[in-house]
Design a protein around this ligand. Structure first.
Ligand SMILES: Nc1nc2c(c(=O)[nH]1)N[C@H]1C(S)=C(S)[C@@H](COP(=O)(O)OP(=O)(O)OC[C@H]3O[C@@H](n4cnc5c(=O)[nH]c(N)nc54)[C@H](O)[C@@H]3O)O[C@H]1N2
Ligand SMILES: Nc1nc2c(c(=O)[nH]1)N[C@H]1C(S)=C(S)[C@@H](COP(=O)(O)OP(=O)(O)OC[C@H]3O[C@@H](n4cnc5c(=O)[nH]c(N)nc54)[C@H](O)[C@@H]3O)O[C@H]1N2
Ligand SMILES: [Mo]
Length: 769
């Protein structure tokens, strides 16, 4: 494959022709054209499958409910290419390790269970029965149940993840690290503390009645393209879209709806953002604090002159606690700190505050630009503080909207993929199945890797995902995985994690994807998922599986559980033959799922409800709680020299899904045919005596004496605040220290890495992406 490298600005609107062309290119380049088209048409419909692309909701209104990146996700899974036994016979693990992440997944679907042979350095075919027996043998040899780590990635269905957590808890552990620990953990933690529930409070149609939508730290044009439709419709109805993003993102500026033929034909792209602010990395808490400071001034002035302030004092009195302490903290924060930390000017912040003040219904949404910093929990809570002052909960067109990543990551948590499960959940599980679940908190992702490095883990199982590439500090993470006696990966495609085998045994178990037909003992099965808006719906694959040696995730988890625990107290295999049985158990153990099997027939799914949206707050005080934290002293209190020359964020290109690289372009940012680029402010570049197109090495400044460096990144001048850099993940994961994670969230600080850069002198490493 040849890729033409170039950097050239993208001038069109996001969406529109460019997007439609790219979609059809992905569909038609694939061999199974017809099948692909059929798949696309059924995405997100009442029956048919849920789009594996992202966790955005579906309005069931548009006939073609798909977006370019959803189409990529589906066609990537629906490929007819396969990595079969001949492939593994021909390629050693060391040889494959030298290839890029793009190459690995591009080879196609995994079709047969595989076991690593350290003597030949090859994966070799193994039967399902032998694979399960090997897992059981390793688990039985553990000294205690906490010597296993059960990782989950957010694509797993409710049914598979519920079964998985039951297996882990019956074994006796809460070690459930998951992708959410690296993603929206700060949203869950912050929201739970502030409003008693760790989920967003709005529903999709709230976008239709909002007066303003504040979008913090997310890039929907690439990562949640269907959100652009909601934003665009809101903007068309006169809502103000106020964006806070460190970078100028094309998709947030202009957007033409690719499913609206009129707009595709005429180039009249609509503007999306009415205001666009570019805070410095990690500057959003200060920006919101500044907005509240300006609003507090207004409140006091109006109170003095008219007797009526601008805050919703009735709401504050009735539904919240801690407002006085919070406002005292706001008074104690001076403008100078707000300005230097946010990187925004006082007039900009006052302008944003004025838009907020003039909007009676406000939605605040956010994603990784908010959650992947050290002070992310406080930043999430600061956004909640602002919303509480104006009573933006419990009414239409207003509320809080953490925009989730993986298509079922929210559902996984609801199902109990949680290393710190609540008491009520464990009680329900224990009494339903008559066992005593473990009560002690388990490991999150960073803790799991640390435990592996200390040789405290014997077995690692991953239900999807690509831990080696997704987790921080790649060399240490890879070492950690290799320190496990057995690694077991339930996967659709070959990835880097498979290439760092456990030191005794490693298994790859090939699974069906969500788009594929899943026929079990009792007939065709469907699964369920939950979107960002707490809607649960059924998803049934239509594609024909590539091989009859692939099994569904649910069947694989049941197979493992049966081999390890037997079927005396729980009949795992019967559940795997009829997912309705699993849903009966879910109904009995998880609130909101009563009558689950019947509700699965509801077109468009059913709503789980959200107590905070009903103004019921499951906090210690029974009310929504303001958070009066100070602004952080800096991004890197651990560093003795204070700030670093540059702060780097690691983010996604347009042609990737996390560690899955679909292609080498990042169209909206004007990057083609390459991924090793670093975006830099042109003045910073000049000041460093560097020039566009030159290659630099990026090195982390940290306090543990470990050298963390990546080499040969091409400089791309970009509209980004001074002192800030941006480069793609996972290529930059070696730079993120394992010990750098969010306070109370444990999330690696992927959006604020202290680094320096220098001109590349040695030839860059061979592994190009
Ligand atoms: N096509 C596609 N879709 C996806 C994914 C994918 O990889 N590809 N991944 C899925 C997953 S798991 C997730 S979690 C989501 C991720 O969705 P996003 O959160 O949109 O993902 P990122 O690419 O990490 O982008 C972070 C955005 O926040 C901005 N940003 C970074 N730091 C800051 C900051 O400190 N302040 C502000 N205001 N802005 C900041 C960046 O400039 C960038 O626009 O997308 C999901 N959907
Ligand atoms: N530096 C940096 N690191 C990050 C981030 C960042 O912004 N910067 N983002 C973080 C975030 S938000 C997240 S969510 C994590 C993502 O972390 P993960 O969820 O672990 O990673 P993915 O890349 O989504 O996993 C891709 C693999 O999942 C498997 N797969 C795909 N579909 C299925 C399926 O249906 N079933 C099964 N069993 N397997 C499947 C395939 O084998 C594929 O190779 O990465 C985190 N890491
Ligand atoms: Mo994520």
């Amino acid at each position: 494959m040849k890729f033409k490298r170039q950097i050239k600005p993208y001038r069109a609107a996001a969406g529109g022709w460019g997007s439609l062309e790219a979609t059809t290119r992905y569909v038609f380049e694939s061999k199974a054209v017809l099948k692909n088209m059929r798949n696309l048409l059924r995405m997100n419909k009442a029956r048919g499958f849920d789009c594996p692309g992202c966790a955005w909701g579906d309005d069931n209104k548009s006939t073609f409910s798909f977006c370019e990146n959803g189409a990529k996700a589906v066609t990537w899974e629906a490929t007819r290419r396969k990595v079969d036994n001949d492939f593994f016979a021909a390629h050693s693990v060391s040889r494959l390790y030298a290839e890029s992440d793009y190459f690995l997944e591009y080879q196609g679907r995994l079709t047969h269970p595989l076991s690593y042979n350290p003597e030949t350095d090859h994966y070799e075919p193994v039967s399902w029965e032998d694979a399960f027996a090997l897992i059981a043998k390793h688990i039985r040899q553990m000294d205690n149940p906490d010597q296993i780590e059960l990782y989950t990635s957010g694509r797993a269905s409710n049914e598979a993840s519920w079964l998985y957590q039951l297996f882990g808890r019956m074994l006796g552990t809460n070690n459930f690290p998951d992708c959410s620990n690296m993603c929206h953990e700060a949203s869950g933690t912050g929201l739970k503390r502030s409003i008693g529930v760790g989920k967003g409070t709005i529903r999709l149609d709230d976008f239709d009645s909002a007066d303003a939508i504040f979008v913090f730290g997310q890039n929907p044009g690439t990562n949640h393209p269907r959100m652009l439709h909601s934003l665009r419709h809101a903007a068309d109805h006169g809502a103000k879209i106020v964006t806070f993003n460190t970078l100028r993102e094309r998709g947030l500026e202009r957007f033409a709806d690719p499913q609206n033929p009129l707009e595709v034909v005429t180039p009249m792209a609509g503007n999306i953002s009415s205001s666009y602010y570019q805070p410095k990395l990690g500057g959003d808490m200060a920006a919101v604090r500044g907005m509240v400071k300006a609003l507090l001034e207004q409140h006091r002035q109006q109170l003095a002159s008219t007797g009526q302030g601008i805050f919703d004092t009735q709401f504050i009195a009735e539904y919240t606690v801690g407002a006085e302490a919070y406002l005292a903290a706001v008074d104690a924060t001076d403008w100078q700190k707000i300005i230097s930390q946010s990187g925004l000017s006082e007039p900009e912040i006052r302008q944003a505050a004025a838009i907020y003040q003039n909007s009676s219904r406000v939605i605040c949404s956010w994603a990784m630009g908010i959650t992947q910093h050290k002070h992310s929990v406080d930043t999430v809570r600061e956004i909640v503080n602002l919303q509480l002052l104006f009573g933006q909960l419990g009414k239409k067109g207003a509320g809080l909207c953490p925009v989730r990543g993986h298509s079922n990551v929210q559902g996984n948590r609801t199902m109990g993929i949680d290393e710190k499960p609540g008491r009520a959940f464990l009680d329900a599980l224990g009494s339903h199945f008559k066992f005593e679940p473990p009560r002690q908190a388990g490991h999150n992702t960073v803790e799991a890797i640390e435990a592996m490095l200390r040789d405290e883990v014997r077995v690692l199982v991953t239900l999807g995902g690509n831990l080696a590439a997704a987790a921080p500090d790649s060399p240490r993470t890879e070492e950690a995985i290799q320190r496990c006696g057995l690694t077991v990966h339930i996967s659709t495609k070959l990835n880097r994690t498979h290439l760092v085998p456990g030191f005794r045994n490693s298994l790859i178990l090939p699974t069906l994807g969500r788009t594929e037909r899943d026929i079990r003992g009792s007939g065709p099965q469907f699964i369920t998922v939950e979107d960002s808006f707490s809607m649960v719906h059924a998803s049934e694959g239509v594609g024909i599986p590539l091989a009859d040696t692939q099994r569904s995730e649910t069947a694989i988890v049941a197979g493992i559980a049966d081999a390890v625990l037997g079927s005396d107290s729980v009949n795992w295999l019967a559940m795997a033959d009829d997912y309705r049985q699993i849903r009966e158990h879910i109904a009995a153990t998880i609130p909101g799922f009563g009558d689950f099997n019947r509700k699965c027939d509801t077109p468009g799914g059913f709503y789980l409800g959200n107590a905070a949206a009903r103004l019921e707050f499951a906090t210690p005080s029974g009310k929504a709680e303001f958070n009066a934290s100070r602004l952080p002293d800096g991004l890197f209190p651990q560093l003795s020299m204070g700030e670093a020359p540059f702060v780097l964020q690691t983010l996604r290109s347009h042609d990737q899904y996390n560690t899955t690289i679909y292609g080498l372009d990042d169209r909206y940012r004007g990057v083609y045919g390459q991924r090793k680029v670093v975006f830099i402010n042109p003045q910073d570049m000049d000041e460093q005596g560097l020039a566009e197109g030159q290659q630099v090495d990026i090195e982390t400044l940290w306090n543990d004496g470990i050298t963390r460096q990546v080499q040969g990144f091409v400089l791309v001048p970009y509209n980004i605040p001074r002192g800030n850099l941006a480069a793609y993940y996972p290529e930059t994961n070696p730079l993120v220290p394992l010990s750098s994670f969010g306070d109370d969230s444990g999330t690696p600080t992927s959006k604020s890495v202290p680094v320096k850069i220098s001109l590349t002198t040695e030839p860059p490493s061979l592994r190009i992406a």
